[in-house]
Design a protein around this ligand. Structure first.
Ligand code: G6P
Ligand code: MG
Length: 218
């Protein structure tokens, strides 16, 4: 394995399933404003920043609020979300992730995190993965949200890699678009129909075999 490559992972939906906690907190907020928020609607918030998520949610409920009120709701939502995050343990690492990271480490391939979440470093610490990443790029480091490629381009820079030599794992359409815009190899984790723009799609991380990785790297 000679070619120098770097891997970049999205967090929510790839490394851990925090979407269920985001959903509970957003649902609670919607209910407190007098409307329902469905799991299907929650799909639209995947990969989307906290601020944008609130705007989408309020549109669903047909609710208009002042900037000040929105800021206080964002704080409230995050407070509730963090209650779930604080209870997270390494058991919540999604199947296949540890094996993949171990494969990369064994082959001296560096990997970074590329997430829209401002809570990403905390979540990685809770599940015991923080130290294994060479670089972490999160919602605090970017000014342009996915599908803009900024988060992944910063990740490539921190890994010391050309974007074309980076491989991105993503579960969100916006994330696949961002990886493609960065000219990286995009690997979708989830539904083939939904992630049709990805170069490769797997149902989950357990489907990724060492042979597939070896072909990708060489
Ligand atoms: C990820 C998730 C989104 C979430 C965003 C911001 O991209 O998929 O659902 O809204 O991060 O997360 P944060 O932890 O900063 O609220
Ligand atoms: Mg995601």
């Amino acid at each position: 394995m000679k070619k120098e490559v770097g891997f970049i992972f999205d967090l929510d939906g790839v490394i851990v399933d925090t979407a269920k906690y985001h959903y509970l907190a957003w649902e609670n907020l919607a209910n407190s404003l007098g409307f329902n928020f469905t799991k299907k609607q929650n799909e639209q918030l995947k990969g989307v920043s906290r601020v944008e998520s609130l705007d989408i949610l309020l549109k669903y409920g047909n609710v208009k609020l002042s900037e000040e009120k929105k800021q206080s709701l964002l704080l409230e939502k995050n407070k509730e979300y963090l209650e779930y995050v604080h209870k997270m343990t390494p058991k919540e690492i999604l199947p296949g992730v540890n094996q993949l990271l171990t494969f990369l480490e064994t082959n001296n391939i560096k990997f970074a995190l590329g997430s829209a979440s401002k809570n990403a470093p905390l979540i990685l610490e809770k599940v015991g993965l923080y130290e294994r990443f060479t670089a972490i790029v999160d919602g605090n480091d970017v000014s342009k949200a996915k599908p803009n490629p900024e988060v992944f381009l910063i990740g490539a820079k921190k890994l010391g890699m050309n974007p074309e030599n980076c491989i991105v794992f993503e579960d969100a359409i916006a994330g696949i678009k961002a990886a493609n815009a960065a000219k990286m190899i995009s690997i979708g984790i989830g539904d083939k129909k939904v992630l049709s723009e990805a170069a490769y799609v797997f149902r989950d991380m357990t489907e990724i075999t060492p042979d597939f990785l070896k072909n990708l790297i060489n």
